[in-house]
Write a protein that binds this ligand. Structure first.
Ligand code: SF4
Length: 307
């Protein structure tokens, strides 16, 4: 299966999308914060990002879900070609990657250099290009993909995001992204406000995930078990059910698809500022995790779950 972005490139539509996306940067509404800052003139909004793309790491990653990494993980073959973007438009108090998102470790990089990184990942045998926390840099990333296409890029693009997305931005990614991998972090608006300063998190997340599924459908694997297209949802179990897992799993099963691939993640650790919140300051128990998995099965979900 060839990635759709090659068709968009050939038709010239990709250039139009890049122009539209850079237009958004003049009055930035890339994400639901809608800061309306002119990032092309050096203004910065909530995410503190400007025009320049900043990246913290580019390398094959073998710790992602098996459909992204492949079965060669034991031998270090294949893997997901991860590009970790610096900064974040969400900013959770318990961020598991806080050194990159809050402390902004990384370096500026141009489209030409990033596109070379994409081609190197492809040449190393990675199964996809995995853009980690891409929301605040969508225009710059799509521009880099275009440059990489001219050098032979032909593996799927993974949009690995926090789920706090503007549906207008996701619409502009139709035919460019092959695999959407959003978190669904909360159904509870009070907790979303308290821990991520985003009381409207679930409203935007629901709308964005519906649009992602409309574009790419359920996750499709090739004969090797490698993801080629579709939706892969992540849900991180928080202690004391602070995420509101039942409503999230119900939404996925009843409003997206019972065939959704869902990774119910058990790896939460209290990090960054989590220690300031007693209820967040421990790992979830195995019992809490098993309850969430049983809930997912109860709603008829049957793909994924492994953490
Ligand atoms: S991407 Fe950044 S500047 Fe743009 S709306 Fe979101 S938080 Fe604000």
């Amino acid at each position: 299966m060839q990635p759709n972005y090659l068709r968009l490139y050939k038709s010239g539509e990709l250039d139009e999308r890049i122009a539209q996306l850079y237009g958004v940067l003049e009055c930035c509404v890339l994400c639901p914060r809608e800061c309306r800052k002119n990032r092309l003139k050096g203004e910065r909004g909530y995410c503190r990002s400007g025009e320049e793309l900043v990246v913290s790491a580019i390398h094959p990653h073998f710790g992602e879900e098996e459909p992204l990494v492949g079965r060669g993980r034991l031998w270090g073959v294949g893997g997901s070609g991860t590009i970790f973007l610096t900064g974040c438009s969400l900013g959770c108090v318990y961020c598991q990657n806080y050194d990159i998102s809050h402390l902004e470790q990384g370096r500026p990089i141009g489209a030409a250099e990033l596109s070379r990184g994409m081609i190197e990942l492809q040449n190393m045998g990675c199964h996809n290009i995995n853009l980690v926390t891409p929301t605040h840099f969508v225009p710059q990333l799509v521009k880099s993909i275009r440059v990489a296409i001219e050098s032979g890029l032909q593996i799927p693009i993974v949009y690995n995001c926090g789920g706090y997305e503007s549906v207008s931005t996701i619409r502009l990614l139709e035919g460019i992204v092959d695999i959407y991998m959003p978190d669904i972090k909360y159904s509870d608006s009070q907790n979303a406000r308290k821990y991520s300063n985003a009381a409207d998190y679930f409203i935007h997340c629901e709308e964005a995930v519906r649009e992602m599924h409309r574009q790419v459908g359920d996750l499709q694997l090739d004969s090797r078990g490698i993801a080629q297209r579709g939706l892969l949802i992540r849900h991180l179990i928080l202690p004391n059910d602070l995420a509101g897992s039942r409503e999230i799993l119900r939404f996925i099963a009843e409003e997206i698809s019972k065939d959704s691939y869902v990774n119910i993640m058990f790896q939460y650790r209290p990090m960054f500022k989590a220690g300031e919140y007693e209820e967040l300051n421990r790992r979830p128990t195995l019992d809490e995790y098993r309850r969430a998995v049983a809930m997912a099965q109860g709603f008829g979900l049957h793909r994924g779950f492994g953490s």
